[in-house]
Design a binder for this molecule. Structure first.
Ligand SMILES: NC(=O)c1ccc[n+]([C@@H]2O[C@H](COP(=O)([O-])OP(=O)(O)OC[C@H]3O[C@@H](n4cnc5c(N)ncnc54)[C@H](OP(=O)(O)O)[C@@H]3O)[C@@H](O)[C@H]2O)c1
Length: 260
């Protein structure tokens, strides 16, 4: 085999929806998809953040649309899917990345509100997005590929002070497998990525800054550092691409060796 180019464009003219695309991992995924030719719908609650993602994509020569949506509301995610199809055409790729972390305290100290918020956004949000995306993708001759963002905190590691978040992310891993089995026959390929600590504010412990987090990673992680958002995006793009055409219902860990 001769490799003629290192530049790949696995998503040329494909339509991709990314939730939580206004920051962190979601923005990195949106930019990476656009860099490989996808037309991207960037969804999330804060319009300004989404507009920034769109501007970054357009500045790099890509096409994107910002759609405000709260993933815990069925009507919002259905409207985001409809907007993607209307604006760019059939929905080829969806990345369900929106999520929140409310932790740091033992379970007995967790408020009911924080419990419900995490379950609403991290679990019900992924369910509602999956349902809307699958209902669209199964009508398309070429089907589609979906990647959910879970976390090593779910089924992969043990983490004090994060029981509710961990429960929500375990649900994402298990929901991914079930949905994948239910809908691969419809031409919809569903997988998850479980990141370990990633360079966004979500992985900072209370009172920790970037330098303290880096120092912690040097001694606690086999790789000696946390993952970049681009490294997580690379795993997401692999699963969303035809490179992974026979990968179904998997949960790909990207964690600097934490669970090795
Ligand atoms: N950073 C880590 O170390 C790490 C590790 C493992 C897994 N993860 C997971 O990776 C995903 C992205 O996290 P991140 O680190 O990139 O953090 P982040 O920058 O806080 O990104 C989360 C994004 O989700 C959006 N969002 C939150 N609630 C939403 C809702 N109800 N509807 C729509 N969008 C919503 C947020 O935007 P709005 O507030 O504007 O809606 C934000 O853009 C999350 O699912 C997180 O659990 C992160």
């Amino acid at each position: 085999m001769t490799i003629t180019s290192h530049h790949r464009a696995r998503f040329t003219d494909r339509t991709a929806l990314v939730t939580g695309a206004g920051s962190g991992i979601g923005r990195a995924v949106a930019l990476a998809l656009a860099a490989e030719g996808a037309n991207v719908v960037a969804a999330g609650r804060r319009r300004e953040q989404l507009e920034e993602t769109v501007a970054l994509i357009e500045a790099a020569g890509g096409k994107a649309l910002a759609v405000t949506a709260d993933v815990s509301r069925a009507a919002d995610v259905e409207a985001a899917v409809a907007a993607a199809v209307e604006f760019f055409g059939p929905l080829d790729v969806a990345v369900n990345n929106a999520g929140v972390f409310r932790g740091g305290a033992p379970l007995a100290e967790l408020s009911e509100e924080d419990w419900r918020t995490q379950l609403d956004i991290n679990v019900t949000g992924v369910f509602l997005a999956l349902r809307a995306e699958i209902r669209q993708m199964r009508t398309q001759p070429t089907g589609g590929a979906i990647v959910n963002i879970a976390s090593t905190f779910g089924v992969h590691t043990r983490n004090p002070g994060a029981a509710a978040y961990s429960a929500s992310k375990a649900a994402v891993s298990v929901l991914t497998r079930g949905a994948a089995l239910d809908h691969i026959g419809d031409g919809v390929r569903i997988n998850a990525v479980s990141p370990g600590a990633v360079e966004t504010p979500m992985s900072l412990r209370p009172g920790e800054d970037d330098a303290a987090r880096a120092a912690r990673a040097r001694t606690s992680l086999p790789l000696g550092r946390i993952s970049t958002t681009d490294e997580v995006a690379a795993a997401v793009l692999y699963l969303a691409s035809d490179d992974a055409s026979s990968v179904v219902g998997t949960d790909l860990v990207v964690d600097s060796g934490a669970t090795a």
